[in-house]
Design a protein. Structure first.
Length: 279
């Protein structure tokens, strides 16, 4: 079980960053009378706690949430599981859970797997039990954990039917890994991702260029690139997003070790410190 490093990571980041932030803000204010802008590329309601902690850490930076993508429900059908096989539902994101439960319920005999604690919490908020939580919070890590877990059981992996409710642009790494072991796997696209319709307009209305943007997904990176020529310094939620950022010409200042809020706060604060140090 992962221990929370929240208080310590925040404290260390603030100590390292505070004097740099002050100088950073003074220089910006002298130029245009505004605080340096940092954007979190997500809906405000999905990063309220993160915004609160960042604003509590320093009041010399303007932290704002700006959604770069939107999601829409898709029609989907849960496959019929053959008699004698056990359904295994794989949820890799909170959104995937939410869109699933809008339309469906889990079979009583389902074995439920979550990618990370955040996804687990949403599953449990719908009254379902989560039987396994991937400790490596990437789909590649989850694929290996699933292969190891089901490979260690007395029952062969062919006795299970894996079902993954996900979005239209999600990768197929988990599916390929389990199918390579002979597993029956069905991908269910319960929602799709689209660029935020007002993103281009909202970015064009910014009174100053952001000094840093936290990107949450590859799709968010692509949506930004399609909507603006701005290439601000970037902080990334993880390695896949970092890869896409670099492919699209962004300078990735920091990459969060996990998508947990404590690590995201520390990552944003550290990124700002590195930006100032490089001046």
């Amino acid at each position: 079980m992962r221990q929370s490093t929240f208080p310590l990571s925040i404290l260390l980041a603030i100590v390292l960053a505070s004097s740099s932030f002050t100088l950073f803000a003074q220089e910006t204010n002298q130029k245009n009378g505004q605080k340096p802008l940092v954007i979190l590329g997500r809906e405000a309601e999905r990063c309220e706690t993160l915004l609160e902690h960042l604003r509590a850490a320093t009041d010399v930076v303007d932290f704002q949430a700006l959604p770069v993508i939107e999601t829409e429900a898709e029609d989907f059908v849960i496959p019929t599981v053959e008699v004698g096989k056990k359904p295994v539902f794989l949820f890799t994101s909170p959104r995937g859970v939410e869109y699933f439960f809008v339309k469906e319920t889990l079979p009583k005999d389902a074995f439920v797997v979550a990618l990370g604690k955040g996804t687990q919490r949403i599953i449990e908020s719908h009254g379902a039990e989560c039987h396994l939580v991937s400790s490596i919070e990437t789909t590649k890590g989850m694929a290996e954990e699933l292969a190891n877990y089901f490979g260690s059981l007395d029952r062969p992996i062919t006795d299970f039917h894996f079902i993954q409710p996900t979005c239209d642009i999600a990768g197929r790494g988990i599916q390929k890994r389990l199918e390579s072991l002979g597993a029956i796997f069905t991908r269910v696209e319960s929602y799709r991702v689209i660029p935020h319709p007002q993103l281009r307009e909202e970015l064009s209305q910014l009174t100053e260029a952001p000094r840093l943007v936290l990107f949450y997904s590859p799709s968010g990176v692509r949506a930004w690139k399609e909507s603006s020529e701005l290439l601000p310094a970037a902080a990334s939620i993880g390695p896949v997003t970092s890869k896409v950022l670099k492919e699209n010409g962004f300078d990735v200042i920091c990459e969060s070790p996990t998508p947990h809020e404590e690590d995201l706060v520390a990552t944003v604060l550290r990124a700002l410190s590195l930006i100032v140090a490089a001046k």
